[in-house]
Design a protein around this ligand. Sequence first.
Ligand SMILES: Cc1cc2nc3c(=O)[nH]c(=O)nc-3n(C[C@H](O)[C@H](O)[C@H](O)COP(=O)(O)OP(=O)(O)OC[C@H]3O[C@@H](n4cnc5c(N)ncnc54)[C@H](O)[C@@H]3O)c2cc1C
Length: 460
Amino acid sequence: MNAPKDIRDVVVIGAGIVGSAIARALGGTGLSVTLLEGRDDVGDGTSKANTALLHTGFDATPGTLESRLVARGYDMLGQYAREVGIPVERTGALLVAWTDEERDTLPRLKDKAERNGYHACEIVTADEVYRRVPELGPGALAGLTVPGESIICSWTTNLALATDAVRRGVALRRHAMVTDVMAHEGHTTVVTTDGDVDARWVVNAAGLGADHVDEKFGHRRFTVTPRRGELLVFDKLTRPMVPCIVLAVPSSRGKGVLVSPTIYGNVMVGPTSENLTDRTATATSEEGFEFLLAKGRALMPTLFDEEVTAAYAGLRAAIDHDDYLIDVDHDQRYVLVGGIRSTGLTSGMAVAEHILELLADTDLDLTPREGLPPAPRMPNIGEATTRPYQDAERIAADPEYGRIVCFCERVTAGEIRDAFASTIPPRDLDGLRRRTRVLNGRCQGFYCGAHTQALLEAAQ
Ligand SMILES: Cc1cc2nc3c(=O)[nH]c(=O)nc-3n(C[C@H](O)[C@H](O)[C@H](O)COP(=O)(O)OP(=O)(O)OC[C@H]3O[C@@H](n4cnc5c(N)ncnc54)[C@H](O)[C@@H]3O)c2cc1C
C-alpha cells in the first residue's frame, strides 16, 4: 500500500482537559497535530461536570505519579489561569473532623501532605473551625487547614487549552468518534465517524472511553468503571455561608462529601461516589439526592433551609489500578493516558508536560517553535472579578454588553455574540452555557431559553 500523502505527526483522541492540554503542548512544537473529539464540543465529557477544585495534592498517595503531577499541575494551571483569564478564587479549604477517630487522623493527614511536598497545613481547634465557618453544624471537634486549595472554572480551563491548541495550529475535529485503528508500517490509520486520519503517533486521552480505544490497539490491560458523583447546587444567596471549601476526612470509601463555594457565586454539596456500568449515566438519582440531603444537613443545617437550584452528575474514569496509567508503546507509536480519575482538571497541564518528556527520545522533534501566537484571553465568567454587565466603560464602547439576555446569571448579548465568533464556537445551548453561563441560573432557562435558542439558530 502507498503511504497516504497527509500523515499527521500526532493524533490526540479526546478533547477533554487532558487531551486539550496535550494537543496544546504538542502544538507548541513544529509537529502537525490533530485533536479528535467524538462529541459536538470540547470539554463535554467528565471535564464539564466535577467539583472544580484546583487541588494542592495534599491528600494524594505520596510517591505516585498522580501525586507528582497534581502538585505540578497546581502550579502550572494557576500560572496559566492568570495568563489567559481562567477564573480562580484562592478560598483555601478546611478539613473538619466530626468524630474522635477523624480527629486522630489529622496529624497523619498533615504528615501525608508534607510527604506530598505540601507544608502549609495546620491543625486547628474546634473554636477556630467555627470562627472560620460559623454556619457549620454542631459537633465539629477540630480541623486541618489547607490554605492553597482553590476553586476554578473547569469550563474555561478546557476551552482555553483547546483554543490555545487551535491557535497554535492544531486541527480540531469535533463529532469525530474514533471507532477503529489500523496499523501500517510507520503510521496508523485512525478510523472515525467523520472519516480517517493517518498519523505517525497516536495519543489516547479518551477518558471514559480510553480502555475501548486501548483495545483497538490490541491491549487488554485495564477496564474503566464509571464512578458517578452527584452534586447539589444552592442559590447565590447562600454563598456568604461558605467562605472556604469544607472538606471531609477521607476514608477508605473516598474523599467524602464537601461543601464548597463555586466560581459562579453559588454553593455546591457533593459528590456522591457510586460505581456504575453505563458510561453515559450522567443523570442524577433520587438516592443520590437523599444521600446528599442527609450528609449535607448534618454538615451545615442552615444551608439546607435554602433552595437547591440545580443538581448534576459527572462520571470519574475509575480504573482497576491505583495510579494514573500512562504508557508509551514505542513499537506501536502509541501513548495511553488512562485512569485520570478525580484530579485531572488540576493535573492536565502537567500530564501534557509529562507526555512530552516521555516522547523526547522518539523520532518526534519536540523543539519549541519560534513565534507562537500569544495565549488567548478568555472571557471572564467568574463572579469574583468584573463581568461585562458591570463594566460601564465597556458598555459605553459597545452597548451589547449592557443588554442582558439571562437575568439570573447576568449574561449579555455581547458575550453571546462573542462566543459565536470565538475560535471554537458552540454548536448547541449547552456549549453556549459553558462559554457564557447563559441558562445556568435558578430559573433554568425558563425566562431566557427561547431568546437564547433564537440567538443560537441565528448564529448557525
Ligand atoms: C464528580 C467529580 C468531581 C471531580 N472533581 C475534581 C476536582 O475538584 N478537581 C480536579 O482536578 N479533578 C476533578 N475531577 C476529575 C476531573 O474532572 C477529570 O479527571 C478530568 O476532567 C478528566 O479529563 P479527561 O480529559 O481525561 O476526560 P474527559 O473530560 O472525559 O475527556 C475525554 C474526551 O474523550 C472523548 N472520547 C471518548 N472516547 C472517544 C472516542 N472513541 N473518539 C473520540 N473521542 C472520544 C470524550 O467525548 C471526552 O470529551 C472530578 C471528577 C468527577 C466526576
